[in-house]
Every structure is written in C-alpha cells, then in structure tokens.
Write a protein that binds this ligand. Structure first.
Ligand code: P6P
Length: 340
C-alpha cells in the first residue's frame, strides 16, 4: 500500500525549502487548509444549508455577492487573523486591505491576498468553484501599520500561492517556488493527502478554454488564434477541443493536468479583461510557471506586472507553454499589422 502523506507532514518535510520561515509558513498553510475544510462543508451542503443565491447586495466589484462569498470571506479572515502569523489580508470581497490587530500578530510579516470563492455564481448550478490565494512578505517594517504598497507587489515577490478546487473532490494545489503539489481532501477523516506530486503541465496541448460568446469583441489576434484552434490539425486530422466551465480554477486545473490554454482577453468595454491581477492571475501564474507552464497578458509575464490598484484586472493567457507562446505570436502579428 503506498504511503499516504498528509498536507501537514508534507509541509514539515519540506520545511528546509524556506528556512527563513521558521515554521510560520507551515502554520499559514494550516490556517488556509482549515478554512478550506469549513468552506468545503458548506459548499457540499449548499442546496440544503440555504447558502446558495445572493445576499441582495453587491461587493466592491459591483457583482452580486453570493451568500457563500460572504461566508467564505469571513471564514478565511477569521482563520488567518487568529493565527498570529498574518498581519493583513486583501480580498475580492473587501474594498480595501484588512489589517489584523490581534495581539498575536505583533511582529508577523506575512500578508495574504485571496479570492475566497472564485466563480461563486456557479454554486447554484452545482459547478466546481475555487479559492485562490497568494502569500507575500510585508515590505513595511513589522509592528508598523501596513501600507497599500505591501499589497501592490509584483507576482515575482510571492512567497507562496495556491488554490482549492471544490469539485467532484476537493483539492488543494500550491507552490512555494519549489514545484507544484496537489492534495486531495478526505472528508471522512478531514485530512488532505498528497495525490499529485510535482505537477507538470504538458508542454503542448489540444484544449482551448475561452468564452466564445465574447468572440466578436475579441482582439483580432485572439479571433485568429481561436479560428486556428478550430481548423483540422494535419497531425490528428481534427480540430482542438473547446472546454469552458466558466470557473477559472476548474478550467485552469483541467488544463494543468491535461495540457491546454485558458484565455480571458481584453474585450469591448473591458480593455483589461475581467480577471483580477492580484488574487486571481498572479497566484495562478506562479503555479503555472512552477509547473513548467506560461502565463502572460498577451505580451508580458503576468508575474512581472507592477500592480497599481488592489482590484485591477488583466488579460490572462495561461497554460501549456507552447500554446501560450503560439497565442502571443498571433497577438504580435496583430500589433505589427496595426503599426505597419
Ligand atoms: P465569463 C467567475 O466569475 C470568473 O471570475 C472566473 O472564475 C471565470 O474564469 C470567469 O469569471 C468567467 O467569466 O465572463 O466567461 O462568465
């Protein structure tokens, strides 16, 4: 029988990879793991627990806040605030960052940026949703008030990033910059077990994920790439496969395992697309690159983008490196034609 390794055992065994963390990072993951189990429980009884639907108000994004968004945000905030390791948090559900003033947080140096439930509108139709998070060190000195700059760091500064996918099974996938590992939750024991060690995205793939309903509004290069995906590939005598769930974590996770490209470009009225740089695209990009993949805004690495606002958006092209590079060449050709 293969030895089962729990998330906690795995983190402790890999402690040497971030010696400066002195165990703090392990405890941060402990807080995130605990909160994800609570959210898992609520999602899995959503229909019964009257936790579906919206709360009748809008979040800072002007989006209908789902009951689960609020519940998950409060759950992660409570788990992170009471561990004394995290001095603050920024969330899709909070207008500004939240500073934790708990006595225990004195001297703590990590901050978390999080989308507590990404794709929450899918809850009502029983489609997989996810939590996406990034962990940074604060830039300002410990025991001084946090500043917005602490949260506006490039993705290259991430200490760790991960996501939880609440799907047919619940999984936690994360990186601390030393590869990507996936853990599957066993609800009967309340434990995450290592199930996907050293995840690597296939270099190439045949799955493209995009909301083709916005096709007419896409940049020409994106339109041409989509048409390319729909042509008969001489090697396989068939077009690529289109798969789009409308839940970033679910679409990304499938492409991470099988190979593929996820596309959310700019489109009419949305020059920066829809997805959020800080707590959606940066963590996904860090994981993608650590798994051998590529993540860009069409011309620049996502993790190299200098954030200027907490909730800023960015176009996102992420997945198998050869597919993302191919997509970028279509955009480059469009740029060249426009400037000719
Ligand atoms: P659209 C969910 O609302 C989300 O933020 C991502 O999870 C998902 O990839 C995207 O938006 C779907 O957006 O416009 O295709 O419905």
């Amino acid at each position: 029988m293969t030895q089962l390794i729990t998330l906690g055992e795995f983190i402790i065994a890999r402690q040497h990879e971030y010696p400066e963390a002195k165990g703090e990072l392990s405890q941060v993951f402990g807080a995130i793991s605990l909160a994800s189990k609570v959210v898992h429980r609520e999602i899995n009884k959503a229909g019964i627990a009257n936790i579906t639907g919206d709360v009748g108000n809008e979040n800072v994004q002007g989006e209908q806040q789902q009951k689960l968004d609020v519940y998950a945000n409060e759950t992660f905030k409570a788990a992170l605030a009471n561990r004394g390791l995290i001095c603050g948090m920024a969330s899709e559900e909070e207008e500004s960052y939240v500073e934790f003033t708990h006595e225990l947080t004195k001297g703590s140096r990590y901050i978390v940026l999080i989308d507590p439930v990404d794709g929450s509108s899918n809850i009502d139709v029983n489609v997989a949703v996810g939590t996406i998070f990034s962990i940074y060190r604060r830039k300002s000195p410990p025991d001084t008030p946090l500043t917005l700059d602490d949260f506006l760091q490039k993705g290259t500064e991430q200490v760790a990033a991960g996501y939880v996918i609440y799907g047919s099974s619940t999984m936690l996938v994360y990186t601390t910059g030393n590869g990507v590992n996936g853990f599957t939750f066993d609800p009967s024991l309340g434990v995450y077990y290592l199930s996907h060690a050293d995840m690597q995205v296939p270099e190439n793939g045949r799955i493209y994920s995009v909301n083709e309903g916005n096709y007419i509004h896409f940049p020409k290069g994106v339109k041409r790439y989509i048409k390319y995906c729909q042509e008969i590939d001489p090697e396989t005598q068939r077009p690529f496969t289109s798969r789009y769930i409308g839940s970033l974590v679910a679409d990304f996770h499938r492409n991470l395992l099988k190979g593929g490209i996820f596309i959310y470009p700019s489109y009419a009225g949305h020059p920066e697309g829809k997805l959020r740089l800080l707590y959606e695209c940066n963590p996904i990009a860090f994981i993608a690159e650590q798994a051998g993949g590529r993540a860009s805004n069409g011309s620049k690495r996502i993790v190299d983008l200098q954030p200027t606002e907490l909730h800023q958006r960015t176009p996102l092209f992420v997945g198998s490196p050869l597919m993302v590079k191919h997509m970028e060449r279509f955009l480059e050709a469009e740029e060249a034609a426009l400037s000719a």
